[in-house]
Ligand binder design. Structure first.
Ligand code: HGY
Ligand code: MN
Ligand code: MN
Length: 412
């Protein structure tokens, strides 16, 4: 359903070649790296081919504007991200940017002229290179301070401020990225589902009613790094065994959540000194707990922390808790949901209203402006993985629904 069959699919495939870790499989294209900058230059070209006026803000959010007939009216924002997590797939975020460009092509080809300007955006740093995701949209929402840029740090020890500088940006200008919410009428984000609900139900389109939010924190267990051979079992303070009990507790407690929709993950384990012949003295666990039900999520977090403290006490370990991020779940705006549902219906497509288990930039901006999201199926529910896949037909259906949604929102 695009006027240039294959243009979107070819662009997705081309963007996938901007990759810093081909050997390990999947795509690694982290924010503020030279590979990311090269990919963004290509997106600038594609935006230009769609007649969009492009600009980069103070933290690297890329905007492409289609000026409407009412230049002073609050705009319609649409977009997502083109940075990736580690060894990821080709569609997460990318569809929301390249699909929006394709939607503009389709609307122009149909002779549509927007009343409200339509602004496409490739948000910087949706993936948590610095431990916290959505750094570009947080800056746009006015939620990222200059001090945060020195606090946020990647696994390589580089701060967000340092990464910004290396990419040619000035961290002291972070406040310039703030968007006045009064200038935004609505934001709609097209994204792959990253779960298996649509595929299981055989449904082509999802319209997101609410976006689950993370409460992430780091648990550091401290014991005694001693000789693995000369330390008797009853004289050890093995930080890794304690941490392992806590990892099992995260799963057990999340499964038992009152909402039934809480998820808990320990995705990062750092054991030091990390030698085979030394009892681990210090272990860090980065814990990610999410739900669209904030109360249930917080109950799970509190129980995890209490259990971790009990494990540490039982094993003679010290425990340190450090907050990483605590976001608020967001409800989609009824008018944006209605526009997307009408656009799908006009195309004869059923659209399932659903929760997004993944977070998105729309979650951050949704605290400031009316938002909504459109999902297309992920094969096998696989995402954040090289096997992430959505078929060309499913991609095109998502673009067509986005185009109809943009037409409605920009004409309101
Ligand atoms: O982790 C997330 O939910 C997002 O895909 N970065
Ligand atoms: Mn992602
Ligand atoms: Mn994403």
């Amino acid at each position: 359903m695009t006027d240039a069959p294959g243009r979107l699919h070819a662009a997705i495939a081309e963007l996938a070649t901007f990759n810093d870790d081909v050997a390990a499989g999947g795509i690694t294209r982290e924010i503020y790296t030279p590979t990311y900058a090269a990919a963004l230059r290509r997106v600038v070209e594609w935006m230009g081919e769609a007649g969009l006026e492009t600009r980069l803000d103070a933290v690297g959010n890329l905007f492409g504007r289609w000026a409407g007939t009412d230049a002073g009216a609050p705009v319609v924002l649409t977009g997502s991200h083109v940075d990736t997590t580690l060894n990821a797939g080709a569609y997460d975020g990318v569809l929301g940017v390249l699909g929006a460009i394709e939607a503009v092509h389709a609307l122009r080809a149909a002779g549509f002229v927007p009343r409200r300007s339509i602004e496409l955006v490739a948000w910087a740093g949706e993936e948590p290179r610095f431990g916290t995701g959505c750094v570009g949209s947080r800056a746009a929402a006015g939620e990222l301070s200059r001090a945060d840029l020195d606090r946020l740090r990647g696994r390589d020890g580089v701060t967000m401020a340092g990464a910004l500088r290396s990419a040619g940006f000035d961290p002291d200008r972070v406040e310039d990225a703030r968007i006045d919410p009064a200038t935004v009428h609505a934001l709609v984000e097209l994204h792959i589902e990253q779960g298996i609900v649509l595929e299981t139900g055989g449904e082509p389109i999802g319209v997101v009613g609410a976006i689950a939010a993370p409460h992430d924190f780091r648990l550091t267990f401290r014991g005694a790094a001693t000789h693995a051979g000369a330390t008797p079992m009853d004289l050890r303070r093995d930080a890794l065994v304690g941490a392992a009990e806590a990892v099992v507790a995260v799963e057990r407690i999340a499964r038992a959540s009152s909402s039934g929709t809480t998820v808990g993950t320990v995705g990062v384990v750092r054991a030091r000194p990390g030698a085979i012949n030394v009892v681990p003295g210090t272990v860090e666990l980065d814990v990610d707990v999410r739900d669209s039900d904030a109360a249930a999520r917080e109950q799970v977090v509190a129980t995890i922390v209490a259990d971790a403290r009990a494990i540490a006490a039982e094993r003679g370990l010290e425990l340190e808790l450090a907050e990483i991020v605590e976001d608020v779940p967001v409800e989609s705006d009824p008018a944006v949901v209605a526009a997307a549902q009408e656009a799908a219906a006009e195309l004869g497509l059923t659209a399932r209203t659903m929760i997004s288990g993944a977070y998105h930039d729309a979650m951050i901006m949704g605290r400031r402006v009316p938002v909504g999201m459109i999902f297309v199926p992920s094969r096998g529910g696989v995402s954040h993985h090289p096997d992430e896949y959505t078929s060309p037909e499913e991609l095109d259906r998502g673009v067509a629904v986005l185009a109809g949604t943009l037409a409605r929102l920009s004409g309101q």
